[in-house]
Every structure is written in C-alpha cells, then in structure tokens.
Design a protein around this ligand. Sequence first.
Ligand code: PLP
Length: 400
Amino acid sequence: MHVAKRVREAASSATLAFTHRVVELQRSGRDVISFVAGEPDFETPKHVKEAAIRAIQEGKTTYTQNTGIHELREAVAARVNRNWGSAYHPDDVLIASGAKHAIANAVFALCDSGDEVIIFSPYWVSYPEMVRLAGATPVIVPTRFDRKFDLDLAALERALSSRTKAVLFNNPVNPTGRVYTVEALDALVERLRSHDLFVISDEVYERIVYGVRFHSLAAFPDLRDRLVVVSGVSKTYAMTGWRIGYALGPREVISQMAKLQGHMTSNACTVSQWAALAALTGPQDAVEKMVGEFRRRRDFCLERLREIPGLKYYLPEGAFYFFVDVSAYLGKRTGAGDIQTPFDLCMYLLEEQGLALVPGEGFGSHTHVRISYTASLKTLARGLARLASGLQNLGSPAAH
Ligand code: PLP
C-alpha cells in the first residue's frame, strides 16, 4: 500500500529540506549560521500581542464565521480599497491560515485537472507543487537575470494555451527581490486582457520595499472580475507564526474558495484574527522601523557581496533576499566531491563552513542560491565572511 501518487510525487520544499539539515547540524553542536529563513527576525509588535491576549481573556476562542470575522474582512477590504481605488466588500474577502493557504484555496478552487497555470520563474517554491497537487500543470515562463528579471511578455504569450486557467503572479518577488513598476504591470494586464483566464497575485511582501513604489494588481479595474489578490500579515508585521493571510476577489470565486476552506480547515485561528485586526488597524511605526532595518542590511550585504569575486546579483528592491548567481563556482572540485549544482554548493558551504543558504533549484534556477538577510548585521558579517572563505577555497571563479 502507498500513499496517494500525487502527494508522493510532490517535491518537498527545498527550503524545508535545508532547514532540516541545518537543525540536525545545530543539534549535533555545530555552529551554523543560517540565511535560510523566509521570515522577519523581529518580534510581533506589542499592541498586536496585547490584542491577542485580550481576545483570549474576553473568551474570543470559539469558531468564527468560516470566511473570518467581519471586522477583519472589513479592515482588509478598507485597506485595499483605500490603497488601490478598488471597491471590495467584506464579503469579497476570505481570511485564511496564512497567505500560502489563501493561494492554495485559490489554486484548488480554480483548477480542474488538465488545466494549466502559468508561473514566472524564478518562483516561490510552493507554486508548482500546489498546482500539481490540484491536478493541474504548471507552465513555467522564465524571467532572466541578464534582463533584471523583467517579465518576458512574448514568452508569456507563447505559453498561453486554450488550457490556461490562471497566471500565478508574485510581486515583490521571492526569491529575486524584483518589484515590478506600474508600467510593467500595465503591459502585463494589457497582454492578458484578451485571454479568458484568472490571475492570482501573491503580494505578501507588498510593504517590504526599498525606495520604490509597490503597485498591486488590484489597482487595475479591467482585471478585477478575474483577479484573486493575496496578502497577509506574516511578513509585514513579523507574524509568520500567527498564520493569517487573506484573499480578495470576485464574490463567486471567494465563495467557492470559502466552501473549500470550510471543508478542509474551517476558519483561521480566532485569536490570530483579532491580532491581525490590531496589526492592520493599529500604529504602523513598527513596519517602517523593520523595513528601514532590512534596507540597512540589504546595503550591508551588497557591500560584502561586492568583495567576493565571480558573484552576480540583482539589487533587491523588495522582500528580504539576495538571489545570487554562483555559476562561476559550479564545476569546481573539492576533496568531498564535485560541485555541479547550486545544491552541491550549498551542501559544501553548510558542511565545510557552517553556512546555510538555499539552493536555487527549488525556485526553478540552476545557477543561483538565495541569501535571506533577516539576521543582524553582526550575523550577516560573520556569515558572508564564511561565504567568502568557502568560495575562495574553491579557487578562482570561472570567467563568464
Ligand atoms: N508567498 C510568498 C512569495 C512567500 O515567500 C511566502 C512565505 O515565505 C508566502 C507566500 C507564505 O506566507 P504565509 O506565511 O502568510 O503563509
């Protein structure tokens, strides 16, 4: 007897696999510096924690409406409408157990088996697997490092077919840190206009941008009748463990997603919903402080990365990752074996230097590794010194 084939065949998240190995080494007493985590290293703001404590004390500990408490749905709709000129009603909002859950709800509600879903690469690790688990087929449209990860609309056009059900879009992008301009989004929307498909827009890093303006696809009225916008509180308010995300979309789609959620998980954690309400409606200074600190760290990483020969990277405008082209170090030999892939290189750095980075394979790249800069400047300095010395020990980088 076996578990289901579609589950057996799903790749487990590359990030999780690496975290597992890091924990294993740390447990064995190794000093490991990890730049793997996809979460802020800040505490949830105090007023948010207090709102949760109050909710518990007031007995707000029972089931809520499956779609989420009205107050939170109202706050989400109000914020999106205020920012992007949309007219979402609280009933057009679904509160889910994290942005990931909101995306999964959308993918499962929209896709029939045999459908295709377009995903730009490099992509967030879970997108293709979610699509496959829903019985649909991911169709990957690459964006290229040498074109600053611009959307390749000609390639998108070629990838569209009569089976395309949706485009699963991410902005700001994990792992590249790219934030698309309003002109780029305009061109994308224009290109999609004549096609009968849905767009799922994962905007979970919307507030984590550095000196550029983020634009939501919710700002494009032409798209709204087939757009599902997803965001949440995890990254913005350092609330990854609270598990609150949300989706806004056409009422029929949201109600089908809600039906699915109702059968699978019911409402998102009640206490967390009250906490998320406090996060969205309370003071926002903690967000600004955190983003300011991420920016300092990004600039610091840039300085240190510049000192390492052979690396290429895009200066991230959003999220908190550097996606670094390490191809100059692939094909090197070590005592422990050849380094052919980003995975091999990450394993080498982990075992030899006690440095954990995420190999690009899980994001659809065979040339890059991801460095998460959600660590103090001191830890970043120590970790990047290990990167420099690990790469130096491999010999001079190949010329490209
Ligand atoms: N979308 C992207 C692009 C992410 O990087 C992440 C988390 O790493 C998520 C969604 C998931 O967010 P949540 O923790 O709210 O489920």
